[in-house]
Design a protein around this ligand. Structure first.
Ligand code: BTN
Length: 269
């Protein structure tokens, strides 16, 4: 997206997209504090299902657990608005959908096979290349989900080194792993098309098995030892499955089972 101005990016993207709803309303910025904040604060009459907000760089990118997200030029920083007509209990599946869509899009554009780490990190060679942040707004009967996608695309990994020091997981970039720069507009196109595919399937058949099975195929967490940080407590066990609600299941040494939800902080050993 480098040398193009905002309106050209918008026009090119609109032309490329073969989606029904994703990306039909597009906001593009050279620079923004956070696409997530922007999408979160869009009023109801501008928050259509599939609306996207993209920035070439973010000044105050937001990560999960109140962390910041380093977002220099060259990365793909995008927030997508979804207006779900399912119960908020199922919202965890939008995280799986985001991670699966990004993994598919990376494969489509680079032939690199990513692994997924619960709930929604996308990894290459055990290093994080993309994180997804979900914000949920519920007001009376109206729900709005903002799915933020932070994909370290055409960035030198030295630029995100700060990230490495403050997290358990190491970070990488697509450029580093692929060796070449990737066309960001094609990445956006693939991601949106895959989100639409998974989302529509999920909505139309209402069953979570396809998403869970696909997620399990792409995850290498099952069977691994992990620690959950539960307040001041650290609980250690082995991850053995994901249940139908999307929670991760961990077996403890006394054979009891701990359910891990989206808001828990899990570290793999
Ligand atoms: C994570 O911590 O793993 C989630 C990172 C999500 C970052 C993205 S970048 C686009 C969107 N805007 C933000 O401020 N955050 C999300």
């Amino acid at each position: 997206m480098k040398v193009l101005n905002e309106s050209i990016i918008k026009a090119r993207l609109s032309k490329l997209l073969k989606t029904r709803k994703m990306g039909k309303s597009i906001y593009v910025f050279n620079e923004l504090d956070s696409t997530q904040d922007y999408a979160n604060s869009l009023p109801k009459n501008e928050s259509f299902h599939g609306t996207i907000v993209i920035a070439r760089k973010q000044n105050i990118g937001k990560g999960r657990m109140g962390r910041n997200w380093i977002s220099p030029e060259g990365g793909l920083w995008m927030s997508i608005i979804l207006i779900p007509d399912f119960s908020v209990d199922n919202i965890i599946f939008t995280q799986f959908i985001g991670a699966l869509a990004v993994a598919d899009a990376i494969f489509e554009n680079t032939k690199i096979c990513c692994k997924l780490m619960w709930p929604n990190d996308v990894l290459i060679n055990e290093k994080k290349v993309c994180g997804i942040l979900i914000d949920v707004h519920v007001e009376n009967e109206t729900k709005k989900i903002v799915m933020g996608i932070g994909l370290n695309a055409n960035i030198a990994s030295s630029l995100i080194n700060d990230y490495l020091t403050s997290h358990d997981l190491k970070a990488t970039t697509l450029k580093e792993e692929h060796g070449n720069e990737v066309d960001l507009l094609f990445l956006v196109k693939s991601i949106l098309e895959r989100i639409e595919y998974y989302y529509d399937n999920f909505i139309s058949c209402g069953n979570t098995s396809e998403i869970i099975d696909r997620w399990k195929e792409k995850s290498d967490m099952l069977g691994k030892k992990a620690t959950v940080h539960d307040g001041n407590q650290m609980i250690v066990g082995h991850i053995f499955d994901i249940d139908q609600t999307g929670a991760l299941l961990m077996k403890l040494s006394d054979t009891s089972i701990k359910k891990i939800t989206y808001y828990d902080n899990v570290t793999l050993h």
